[in-house]
Write a protein that binds this ligand. Structure first.
Ligand SMILES: *Cc1c(COP(=O)(O)O)cnc(C)c1O
Length: 354
């Protein structure tokens, strides 16, 4: 067995997924299972499918390559690059869009490949990441899309609590629904899908305030960590430990807590600061910044204090631990969203299915 490794508990992923699918189904909302945080790793995507998601969603084409033979609709989350239009058509069924140039490129690629691609037009309700902000521009875009071949405009979408931290509420989501109704009337069409956000919309399900016409949510963090992301609250009856990082100890020594000599810069150009706690027992783990930052890990053994890290080392204070660690022992860490993202991205961290 090689270390560091990330243990992935598929039954917990499946359980969390089912729980969210159940909550959403009460409001006739379909769940798009978001696979980007684990880089589209196929076994986890399959666990989401078992848990009942209606589609799989990812932001990167490379991840769709890994799940291309899973028989379920695929939704591209990040606005497409024009340079990847062919791949978008080949590997996904639906994409979120806000730029006409890109949508035209998708139409051309769809004609070339003999496929029909579905478009969800993104509306920016104030979070200020992607989406059309100007209302007139939305209606113009709809008009243009309706005139493009091999595309089907299936609905509107929005994304909140990503850049601006804006919380989904009835007022901002109702704005989206108002725009939807205006489009339907103006162009005499039906928009089937209103993709009303991500894991930050869950609080509206819990309070029953979710507007009726919202019928799709795109869920990543809530499935992998059992957390809603508007306020960071735990979702009842879900697991927060579907992913665990395990690293091996390569040195244990008693050392002073203050470095000896004149302090210049650390390996990353920062001037480090230290607190003198006298001689402490320290352990070095063979995992480092290249895999994950220390702010994104939580030690299972709460008596371990993480002192710092460099590219390939975590430096731990184990003086207060009840457990008698030895060189070669393993240390287990829970992970934040960013921690799952970076460890599953690191080619040095082996994925192990549990
Ligand atoms: C990442 C992403 C999601 C999923 O967000 P979570 O907070 O992990 O649920 C949904 N929609 C878009 C557009 C995304 O980029």
């Amino acid at each position: 067995m090689t270390y560091p490794k990330i243990e992935i508990y598929l039954d917990k992923i499946e359980h969390n997924t089912r729980k969210l699918v159940d909550i959403c189904s009460k409001y006739d909302i379909e769940v798009a299972g978001v696979t980007k945080v684990f880089c589209g790793y196929r076994p986890v995507a399959e666990a989401m499918i078992k848990g009942g998601v209606s589609l799989l969603a990812d932001s990167r084409i490379e991840n769709f390559e890994k799940i291309k033979d899973l028989n379920i609709p695929k939704l591209l989350l990040r606005l497409p690059m024009i340079s990847q239009a062919d791949k978008v058509i080949e590997l996904t069924d639906i994409s979120l869009n806000s730029e006409l140039e890109s949508i035209e490129a998708l139409s051309k690629a769809a004609i070339k490949l003999g496929k029909t691609h579905k478009i969800i037009l993104m509306v920016d309700l104030g979070d200020l990441r992607e989406g059309i902000f100007d209302e007139d521009e939305i209606y113009k875009a709809v008009y243009e899309i309706l005139n493009l071949q091999n595309l089907e405009l299936i609905g509107l979408g929005t994304n909140l609590t990503c850049y601006g931290g804006v919380i989904p509420r009835q007022d901002n989501l109702n704005k989206l629904l108002e725009i939807k109704q205006k489009i339907e009337k103006k162009y005499n069409i039906t928009l089937k899908v209103v993709s009303g956000g991500n894991s930050s919309s869950i609080h509206l399900l819990e309070s029953g305030e979710i507007p009726r016409d919202i019928n799709q949510l795109r869920m990543g963090e809530s499935i992998v960590l059992g957390r809603e992301t508007a306020f960071g609250n735990k979702i009842e009856d879900t697991f927060d430990d579907c992913f665990k990082l395990i690293a091996e100890i390569i040195e244990i020594k008693e050392k002073p807590s203050l470095p000896i000599g004149e302090i210049g810069m650390d390996a990353f150009g920062n001037k480090p600061k230290f607190v003198d706690k006298g001689i402490r027992k320290r352990a070095i783990c063979a995992v480092g910044k290249q895999d994950v930052s220390i702010g994104d890990v939580i030690t299972d053994d709460r008596q371990i204090a993480i002192l710092g890290s460099s590219s390939d080392h975590f430096i731990l204070d184990i003086t207060d631990c009840k457990n008698e660690y030895k060189v070669g022992d393993k240390v287990t860490f829970n992970l934040t969203y960013g921690g799952i993202l970076s460890t599953t991205t690191s080619e040095y961290v082996k994925k192990v299915i549990k």
